[in-house]
Design a protein around this ligand. Structure first.
Ligand SMILES: Nc1ncnc2c1ncn2[C@@H]1O[C@H](COP(=O)(O)OP(=O)(O)OP(=O)(O)O)[C@@H](O)[C@H]1O
Ligand SMILES: [Mg+2]
Length: 324
């Protein structure tokens, strides 16, 4: 299975995870991750190559290269040769309509040991503009659930209706398309390319290999996304010159630039202090004001409390907290 943000210390031989925390396999994770961040699928999933390594708050190491027709051409150019497809959503789901409807979702891990039920009949509905926190102890399956919602992973049973369409049994190719058109991903690590400016990092999510976006339009979208998270003035800065909170907001802008319907954020403030984390939560909530759904996995009570609803994931079951 593919996991959005699980520790990278598990048994060898597992399927690669997406966005594992720093560990021995971080380099491979980073490459995987960059293939999918912001819902953008890079051609062949291998556009970023060259033994890249990513560490928290930093960047892909030297030697990484971007291929697939994307050429970095000067700071203000954002990215030359970027292409875009699955261009977000046209807004056919009105505010308040259900974007995500999970019912009876189960996920059983069949590894080298005994099969383990991680999700045991999860029900969850997320509407446009709604924010949802998912909390639970480490290993309870929060990242697994996000992987299922974000179409990185399939449920073993249950129904998943995305924007009115039953998709739990969709072929991978179509799932990948929906993933890229519907979801933006934000992780604990920022996965920024250190040689690129903030604007260029955001523009990476517009590289897709299907169709071209005129440079002016591309630049407009990138600057809009940076503005939405309050860091348009840092467009030309490289990650090394930004704080952790600023870097994470670049990552959020990268997730937003394709106009996703739903943002999936897996411990996005995990590497930040509370105050800086609050700015990141502001940026995520800003997206919900524009109609985006938000699912936030967090260990931070204060951040969870800012979401419209809070769910506990325990023993494979998701239970909504009754507001006090
Ligand atoms: N690819 C995998 N193969 C086998 N087991 C996995 C895989 N990914 C995760 N697991 C196991 O599934 C369980 C749920 O993991 P998951 O990463 O979803 O938990 P989590 O709630 O996100 O934890 P954390 O708060 O530490 O991030 C854990 O016991 C984990 O060890
Ligand atoms: Mg996790």
């Amino acid at each position: 299975m593919t996991n959005l943000n699980a520790p990278a210390d598990g048994p060898a031989g597992r399927a690669p995870r997406v966005g594992g925390t720093a560990g021995p396999s971080a380099g491979a994770d980073a490459t995987m991750e960059l293939a999918t961040i912001g819902g953008a699928a890079f051609p062949g999933g291998s556009s970023v190559s060259g033994g890249s390594s990513v560490s928290s708050g930093s960047s892909v190491s030297s030697g990484s290269s971007v291929s697939g027709g994307a050429a970095v051409s000067g700071d203000e150019a954002v990215l030359g040769g970027g292409a875009v497809s699955g261009d977000g959503w046209a807004g056919e789901v009105a505010g308040g309509d259900a974007l995500i409807e999970l019912s009876g979702i189960t996920k059983v891990l069949k590894g080298q040991q005994e099969p383990r039920t991680i999700l045991d009949g999860v029900d969850l509905t997320v509407r446009a503009g709604e924010s949802v926190a998912i909390v639970g102890r480490s290993g309870s399956g929060k990242s697994t659930l996000l992987s299922v919602v974000g179409l990185f992973d399939r449920p073993d049973s249950g129904s998943y209706v995305l924007a009115g369409q039953e998709i739990s049994r969709l072929p991978e190719r179509r799932a990948a398309k929906l993933r890229s058109s519907h979801f933006g991903f934000v992780f604990q690590r920022f996965f920024l390319l250190k040689h690129l400016t903030a604007a260029q990092n955001v523009a990476m999510a517009l590289v897709n290999g299907q169709g071209w976006l005129p440079r002016r339009e591309r630049r407009k979208r990138v600057m809009t996304a940076l503005d939405q998270v309050g860091i348009a003035h840092l467009a030309k800065n490289r990650p090394a010159k930004m704080s952790g909170g600023e870097q994470q907001r670049v990552a959020i802008a990268r997730a937003l630039v394709r106009n996703p319907r739903v943002l999936l954020a897996d411990e996005p403030t995990g590497a930040l202090d509370t105050e800086t984390g609050a700015l990141v939560i502001d940026a995520l909530l800003g997206a919900t004001e524009r109609g985006c759904g938000l699912i936030l996995v967090t260990h931070d009570r204060d951040h969870a409390a800012r979401m419209g609803r809070i769910f506990d994931l325990r023993d494979g079951l998701l239970t909504e907290r009754v507001p006090a």
